[in-house]
Ligand binder design. Structure first.
Ligand SMILES: O=C(O)Cc1cc(O)ccc1O
Ligand SMILES: [Fe+2]
Length: 456
């Protein structure tokens, strides 16, 4: 954006406009480091990164060295995650954390309601009151596991209309996979800046401090909070060395730091509750770093969609972008799955998702357009929950249309849907079970599926 725009807006702008303009300028021309799970390194000032050792007697440029671990020190090399941060002040220089209001954010264990076997569907979150930032706009739908045991996941939604200012957030309970549905976000993290817009996803690892600034007037989306093993790329087995999400399309930031003296609130989610401490400087003061415990963004439009070129509808595991493995091979704590534009060519095949009852539990959201199993009611910003063994699949209208369709090659490119699929049932929060945007009669989409089997 040029200088001219700057001076015209400054006469009429509110502080929100100014914050957005600043964020937009910061989000221009960001540089990235490409690759998944890599050991990257980056320095915002030449010579800030020590060479040949992590902890020299005196770190370069008077910086403090600090290690941030995402795995136990002793985990196998393939799972081991840590980064070294070289910062203006050590994170340890802070006063006591005190409890602060959890707002509409909840954590595992989820015990507010009884797990519900019904198929459930919500419309989008209502508009947030003015001045709601990403953190105060987080609204928990439900989840499973226990943050204190580092297992399970939570489904959150967010609706925001203000940038976070003078405060940063970090989640000791797990990593955050942010799925914007409306409005691009600027994520200022300890490792540098990332931009994420609808159809891209961003991942903030456990414990990493970050601030979310809005690049548009409002923002809305979904968050999968993963208490378990960090998301990784799925094995490809017989698919071969390429396919699905490609490692090089995952982009980490390059180092960028704030040198800000003055009060900055650090809000820490710890075992389900929010705790706050006011630092006397910005903790986004990391001048250089190296390691593999890193935030990243990924563009879902880069996903290489595979499917049948003969017959039958493949199971949606073929659409897995990221998986959080459990101790049982092949059984994920949570998978992140995308239903991206693709060709359908199956011969003599019912092409939309089949009717099914699964041991895994499925939360689905819609980033844009429509989803091929649901003719109506499943809308962008909304979501559905099909818990363990609940019977679901195409709605009546979709079933009738797809059963009668002439089977030409067909491009499905009118939507982008995703699924958080988890091994444990999702238990709702009270606010989700009683929400005004919970659709009262979701069951009706499967009513009127007629009997075609000949009568006795
Ligand atoms: O729409 C769903 O329920 C998700 C889903 C999609 C699919 O193609 C097959 C199974 C499945 O659970
Ligand atoms: Fe399903």
């Amino acid at each position: 954006m040029g200088q001219g725009t700057d001076s015209t807006t400054s006469t009429t702008s509110t502080s929100g406009d100014r914050a957005r303009e600043q964020a937009r300028r910061a989000a221009e021309g960001l540089s990235h480091l490409s690759g998944f799970g890599n050991e990257h390194s980056s320095e915002a000032e030449p010579g800030a990164l020590p060479i040949g050792r992590n902890s020299p007697q005196r770190a370069p440029l008077g910086l403090y060295a600090e290690q941030l671990s995402g795995s136990a020190f002793t985990e196998p090399r393939a799972h081991n995650r840590r980064s070294w941060l070289y910062r203006i002040r050590p994170s340890a220089a802070h006063p006591r954390f005190v409890r602060t209001d959890n707002g509409t954010l909840r954590g595992a264990p989820f015990e507010e309601t009884v797990p519900d076997p019904n198929r459930l569907r919500w419309g989008p979150l209502p508009e947030a009151p003015a001045g709601t930032d990403f953190l105060s706009g987080l609204w928990t739908l439900g989840g499973n596991g226990d943050a204190r045991q580092r297992c399970g996941m939570a489904v959150h939604l967010y609706a925001a209309n203000a940038s976070m200012t003078d405060r940063v957030f970090s989640d000791a309970d797990g990593e955050l996979l942010i799925v914007p549905e409306r409005g691009a976000l600027l994520l200022r993290t300890e490792f540098g800046l990332l931009r994420a817009e609808p159809s891209q996803v961003a991942l903030i690892p456990r414990g990493v401090r970050f601030r979310v600034e809005l690049l548009e007037e409002s923002a809305r989306g979904y968050v999968c909070e993963n208490y378990g093993r960090p998301f990784t790329l799925p094995d490809l087995g017989p698919i071969g060395a390429n396919g699905l999400a490609s490692a090089r399309d995952f982009l980490a930031p390059t180092a960028a730091y704030e040198d800000v003296e003055g009060p900055v609130e650090v809000v820490n989610k710890f075992c389900g509750n929010l705790w706050s401490a006011v630092y006397d400087h910005s903790p986004l003061d990391v001048v250089a770093w190296h390691g593999n415990h890193l935030p990243y963004v990924y563009d879902l439009r880069r996903f290489n969609v595979l499917g049948t070129i003969s017959y039958d509808h493949p199971d949606p595991s073929i659409f897995t972008v990221l998986t959080s493995p459990s101790d049982t091979p092949g059984l994920a704590g949570v998978d992140f799955v995308v239903f991206a534009p693709r060709w359908l060519v199956g011969e003599d095949t019912f092409r939309p998702p089949y009717f099914h009852r699964n041991v895994m539990s499925e939360y689905m959201g819609l980033i844009e357009g429509a989803y091929d199993a649901k003719a109506e009611g499943f809308v962008p910003g909304g979501g559905s929950l099909h818990n363990m063994m609940s019977a679901h699949g195409p709605d009546r209208e979709t079933f009738e249309r797809a059963s009668a369709a002439e089977l030409q090659p067909q491009k499905v490119d009118d939507g982008l849907a995703f699924m958080f699929e988890t091994r444990w049932p999702v238990t709702l929060t009270e606010q989700a079970a009683g929400a005004a945007h919970l659709q009262p009669d979701y069951d009706a989409v499967w009513q009127g599926l007629e009997r075609h089997f000949p009568a006795p």
